[in-house]
Structures are given as structure tokens and as C-alpha cells.
Design a binder for this molecule. Structure first.
Ligand code: MN
Length: 324
């Protein structure tokens, strides 16, 4: 084990001795959420543990870019998840990221929290929280290895999917030599890396391109704050036929301009509030900006929810101009 985590050995022991476990990643799952969820699930199955993978949105529907991921056929709806003695939360920076499953998670005898988000509240009975890890999948790889699980193509594929997405295809600063060595080891199991790249990064439905068009056309740049943002509404999604689950990467298009260090994407929620995703390329911690607004995340990638778009932009501009 590379990381110095107090609860590591107890977590490995719990994985080895559990009879049954319910597993959940965060709502609106991304590649790391799904990859770490299903790698853990497949690993537990191999150890003979009755494992149920899910997440707390009804219906829990796999995003189109991940329908190929091994273990997807085992995912159950959150209301059908059994009240197992062990509950494993994966890639959840806070307990409320479990959505509808926060209650069942807290009610379980043993709640294990495996995550790499800074500011994680250690909401589990056992906490494997490593902000230096590239991905939750990287932590799951270590836990499964220490639990004696032999990797196979399916497990390696899930782990690789988590790592390649959370590192931005090994481009972000969280990509350490150890991360790349692990990825190389995973490729030894015949992981279909080019096919994963194509499915995850180049498989947009045509309708998605139209939504991208709207979002980019609307983008607003504030050079004095080095800030760029854009937004989309519920009716944009309805008109384009794109699911909220499929909008995770819009922020990456907006952040790609050289004219801003900080980017935000405002996504209108069913209740009319805005889910705000933020990214930073500089010393500005969007994690701090998000936490100050009741959200959370990493220093360079974070999010929060706000009632009003204009007021939120104004308050972000105030802080960013102060920081500039
Ligand atoms: Mn992650």
C-alpha cells in the first residue's frame, strides 16, 4: 500500500470477511464513479461476497458513454438495493453525493467511504480518503490487491476507465508516475484502451453537438477576472434530447480557452436551481470557492448548487477580481 491511511487494513479485512455488501457511487456518475463501483463489485464477487452495485438516482441509468463497462448488467435500482451489513460509498466527496442512498448508507452497520476528494468529511465508519490519489479507482486497485483479488480483464477495464477519465487521459497534475505504472499494469490484462477512448471521448450523439453549439455560443468571458462561463437550461436538454448525465464534459470545452484561468458551467436542475461546475488552471482554488457556497470538490475541479445564476456570477466575479 502506497498511502498512509489509518483505516486501510481494517477496510481490506472488512472486504475479505463480508458476506454481503451494497455499493454506491455518486449520483450523475462519471467514469471514475462507475469504474470504481464496478471494479469493487467484480472484485467482491470474485471473493464470494454478495455484492449489489447501484447509485442513488431513480432510475439509475448508465450514461451512454459507459454502456459497455463490465458489470453494468448487475446494476440495480437504488430502491431495490438490500440493506446489507456493509455499505461501500465510492467517489463520494460528501455523504449527500449518495443521493437517495444517504439514509441507507448511514443506517448500515459498517459504512466504508473510499474517496479522493479533498474536504471529504470522513462520513464512514471506515474512511479510505486520499486526496493525492488520481482517482477512486486507483484506491480500489490497491484495496482489491491487498484483499487478494486477482485482476482480470473486466476488473482491469473498470479500473482503467476510472483512471483515464479522472486524469483527463493522463494529462492532469494528479497523474503521478505511480498512476501511470498502475495504468500500464492494467493494460497487461488486455484492457481495450483505444475502444474505451472512443466510447468515452468520441461517441457523442448528434443531438449533443447541437447542445454544445448553444453552450459555446452563449459563453461569456470576463477578462478582468480571467473567468469564463456558460449555461444550459432544462428546456435546452429537452429540445436536444440530451440527458443531464451526459453533460459532464461541457465544462471542458468552455475551460479550453487560453483567455481565462477559471471556468464555470451552470446547469439548470429540475427544481429551478443551478448546479455549478467549476474548473481552474491557475492558483485559484475553485474547491474553496465551491466549499464557501455549500459545495465541494478538488482544488482545480469543484461544484456547488445555487438558486440564482446572475447573483452567483456576480459573487464569483467579486472574489476572482480580488484574487487577480
Ligand atoms: Mn473521482
Amino acid at each position: 500500500m502506497r498511502w498512509n491511511v489509518d483505516d486501510w487494513d481494517a477496510t481490506v479485512e472488512t472486504l475479505r470477511s463480508a458476506k454481503a455488501a451494497t455499493l454506491a457511487c455518486h449520483v450523475n456518475p462519471d467514469g471514475d464513479a462507475l469504474g470504481s463501483l464496478l471494479a469493487t463489485h467484480l472484485g467482491l464477487k470474485k471473493m464470494g461476497v454478495g455484492s449489489t452495485p447501484t447509485w442513488g438516482t431513480s432510475p439509475a441509468k448508465i450514461p451512454f458513454a459507459y454502456t459497455w463497462i463490465p458489470g453494468a448488467q448487475d446494476i440495480v435500482q437504488p430502491e431495490d438495493a438490500p440493506a446489507a451489513e456493509v455499505f461501500i460509498a465510492l467517489d463520494c466527496g460528501a455523504a449527500d453525493r449518495l443521493g437517495d442512498l444517504e439514509g441507507p448508507a448511514r443506517a448500515s452497520k459498517r459504512l466504508i467511504n473510499v474517496d479522493h476528494h479533498p474536504g471529504n468529511e470522513n462520513f464512514g465508519h471506515l474512511n479510505v480518503v486520499v486526496p493525492d490519489a488520481s482517482s477512486t479507482a486507483e484506491l480500489v486497485a490497491g484495496l482489491l490487491q491487498d484483499a487478494g483479488v486477482e485482476f482480470d480483464r473486466d476488473i482491469a477495464t473498470c479500473l482503467y476507465a476510472g483512471i483515464v477519465t479522472d486524469t483527463g487521459r493522463f494529462q492532469y497534475s494528479n497523474s503521478t508516475p505511480a498512476t501511470l505504472r498502475l495504468a500500464a499494469d492494467l493494460l497487461e490484462y488486455d484492457v481495450p484502451a483505444p475502444a474505451i477512448a472512443q466510447e468515452v471521448f468520441e461517441s457523442s450523439p448528434f443531438a449533443y453537438l447541437k447542445l454544445v453549439g448553444h453552450v459555446l455560443e452563449r459563453a461569456v468571458l470576463h477578462p478582468d477576472a480571467s473567468f469564463v462561463y456558460s449555461w444550459f437550461t432544462r428546456s435546452d436538454l429537452e429540445e436536444s434530447g440530451v440527458d443531464m448525465d451526459e453533460t459532464e464534459k461541457l465544462i471542458d470545452l468552455v475551460r479550453s480557452t487560453r483567455d481565462a484561468d477559471v471556468a464555470a458551467m451552470f446547469k439548470e436542475q429540475p427544481d429551478g436551481r443551478w448546479r455549478v461546475s467549476m474548473r481552474s488552471k491557475s492558483g485559484v482554488s475553485v474547491g474553496a470557492l465551491a466549499r464557501a457556497r455549500g459545495g465541494g470538490g478538488h482544488e482545480l475541479a469543484a461544484g456547488f448548487t445555487a438558486p440564482d445564476l446572475e447573483a452567483t456570477v456576480a459573487s464569483l466575479l467579486d472574489e476572482l477580481r480580488g484574487a487577480a
